[in-house]
Design a protein around this ligand. Structure first.
Ligand code: ADP
Ligand code: MG
Length: 554
């Protein structure tokens, strides 16, 4: 082999390396994901070139990624039998950034603006993340179909070297990336650590991954290269989906809903998502992250890309995009406009599937509502665009529902004569609301009242919603409506309270006694059993919301 030639990194690469190590990545484990992703890309490129030149794949045709640990030497290597690189390609791929506008881009990233952060995400710079864990990186490569091999080597400090190497020091085809681990990164030569990272980050890469515990050890497969969601639905049985869900969620229930489809058109992506069959303990915690993972071409990117709105945070699963760039940072991919379009599509689809389930299997849907209704209801005030759909999905305990659930469609179909609103009663538990004197007059007239016991209810009812033109109205607000709704035939007529002089005198007495602690005292048609109840003024804050806000110290 000839003497190595030393080259300076293109200025932008030097700058990028500095950024990479000091500010881009927050989690060092991702270097392995990037190297595995490059190895898988190399296998896919070879597969593509071999379409025109089958001889390239005549020997050792099965794509494979081999991880070799060498704890004694403090080394980790990632090897593939993919396309490989010539000496020139090594210099081009690993010494320069072959894109235009690079400088402007770098300047914006260095300014650390949110926009620059978004841009770096669109940039292929994953290889350099190896320098977060390695003091020296060697890349030995042999291009498919070539009779020469070359080595690239650098400490990431400003220069790199390239030299030719003997064929027996290189892979027969493809690339070996050898990391000389930094002292604080020695764990990356440990089997347990590496296996865990591969399982969580690259378990679904489309190329099998094998591991050798030492350079002499036999390789053992640690990932089989099959991604469940890329397989046709017809080939996947319920058990395979459930197993996958168990691995994904760490829960061992049977999912209530499994959603698997491929979106085509402007955005191409696959979705595999589950509505759990049971409620996780931290469901109501609004700080709880969404549990949808983002993949790009089967490479895991992040599990906090906000792929679904907060009110669908109980859905577990993944989106695998064919179009998004393989990102350098989890933080940065969130701002991508492509992701916004995916989020919209997936959200609509999840709600659509819930609607379908509600229509096809009411008990199954009601079980979902029982578990996740309090979270879904957050969408009523958070997602104006989908209110209609969410109101259609909502189920309630009502004065007419017995032990079951009622939807608003049924409620509206059963409106009483002259009834123009949907009435609700808020409270902290069902029994207490159902026993409240506030709803006596409604009961007497057979007017159905929604019983709303969840914390979230106080918020959505205040957001000015209506359903099929019928506003939501609290039973504690406004007394007038009931006078218009007739009592059923045969029931005693309303007492005609206002006409009696005794009642007028009594009201005057109460007003004097209670003074400024009440706004008004009125005779009412609403009560049939209780002598008296407190009501909120027509335009005032609802009493239940008032209590919650007082409790929150606001
Ligand atoms: P990206 O993968 O987004 O292009 P990287 O920084 O990860 O960016 O890699 C830079 C380039 O180096 C790749 O585009 C590819 O040309 C080359 N490369 C890296 N690793 C390999 C590999 N294992 N086999 C072949 N080429 C590779
Ligand atoms: Mg890459």
């Amino acid at each position: 082999a000839s003497a190595p030639k030393t080259h300076a990194f293109e200025a932008d690469v030097a700058k990028l390396l500095h950024l990479m190590v000091h500010s881009v990545y927050s989690d060092k484990d991702v270097f392995l994901r990037e190297l595995i992703s490059n190895a898988a890309d190399a296998c896919e490129k070879l597969r593509y070139e071999a379409i025109a030149d089958p001889a390239l794949l005549a020997v050792d045709p099965q794509p494979r990624i081999t991880l070799t640990l060498d704890a004694a030497q403090n080394r980790l290597s990632v090897e593939d039998n993919g396309i490989g690189m010539s000496a020139d390609e090594l210099a081009e791929a690993l010494g320069t950034i072959a894109r235009s506008g690079t400088r402007a881009f770098m300047d914006r990233v260095a300014a650390a603006s949110g926009e620059g952060a978004q841009l770096i995400g669109q940039f292929g710079v994953g290889f350099y993340s190896a320098f977060m864990v390695a003091g020296r990186v060697e890349v030995v490569s042999r291009r498919a179909g070539s009779a020469a091999a070359a080595r690239w080597s650098s400490d990431g400090q400003g220069t790199y070297e390239i030299d030719a190497v003997d064929l027996d020091a290189a892979p027969a085809r493809g690339t070996r990336v050898v990391l000389h681990l930094l002292p604080d990164a020695a764990r990356y030569a440990e089997r347990g650590v590496v296996e865990r990272i591969v399982r969580t980050q690259s378990g679904h890469v489309p190329v099998p991954i094998v591991l050798r515990e030492t350079p002499e050890a036999e390789p053992e497969e640690i990932a089989d290269g099959a991604a469940l969601w890329t397989r046709p639905k017809a080939e996947i049985d319920a058990d395979a989906y459930t197993d996958f869900y168990h691995g994904l969620s760490g829960q061992f229930d049977t999912p209530a809903l499994t959603l698997h489809y491929r979106a085509e058109g402007r955005q191409e992506y696959s979705v595999l998502a589950f509505v759990p069959g049971m409620k996780p303990f931290d469901l109501l915690d609004t700080g709880r992250d969404g549990r949808m993972k983002l993949y790009v071409r089967r490479v895991f990117i992040t599990d906090d890309a906000d792929l679904l709105p907060a009110y669908l945070r109980f859905v577990r699963g993944l989106v695998d995009s064919a179009d998004l760039p393989l990102n350098v940072s989890r933080e940065m991919i969130q701002e991508s406009p492509m992701l916004g379009a995916i989020r919209k599509g997936v959200t609509g689809r999840v709600l659509g599937e819930l609607e379908k389930l509600a229509g096809a299997d009411a008990p199954a849907y009601e079980a979902v509502w029982e578990n996740f209704g309090p979270v879904l209801k957050e969408g009523l005030y958070e997602d104006r665009e989908r209110r209609e759909s969410l109101l259609g999905l909502a189920r309630f305990r009502t004065t007419a529902s017995g032990g079951g659930w009622r939807g608003l469609k049924d409620y509206v179909a059963d409106l009483k004569e002259n009834q123009t609103a949907i009435y609700y009663a808020l409270g902290s538990d069902l029994e207490r609301i159902a026993a409240s004197p506030q709803i006596e007059g409604f009961r007497a007239r057979g007017v159905e009242v929604l019983l709303l016991p969840d914390h979230v209810d106080s918020f959505w009812v205040m957001s000015g919603l209506d359903y099929q033109g019928k506003p939501f109205k609290s039973v504690t607000q406004g007394a007038a409506d009931l006078g218009l709704i007739p009592l059923p035939e045969g029931d005693a007529a309303a007492p005609g309270a206002a006409a009696s002089a005794e009642v007028t005198d009594f009201i005057e007495f109460l007003k004097t006694e209670l003074g400024a602690s009440v706004a008004d005292v009125r005779a009412s048609d609403r009560l049939t059993e209780s002598p008296v109840c407190l009501v909120a003024p027509d335009r005032g804050m609802d009493r239940q919301l008032e209590k919650i806000l007082a409790g929150a110290g606001r």
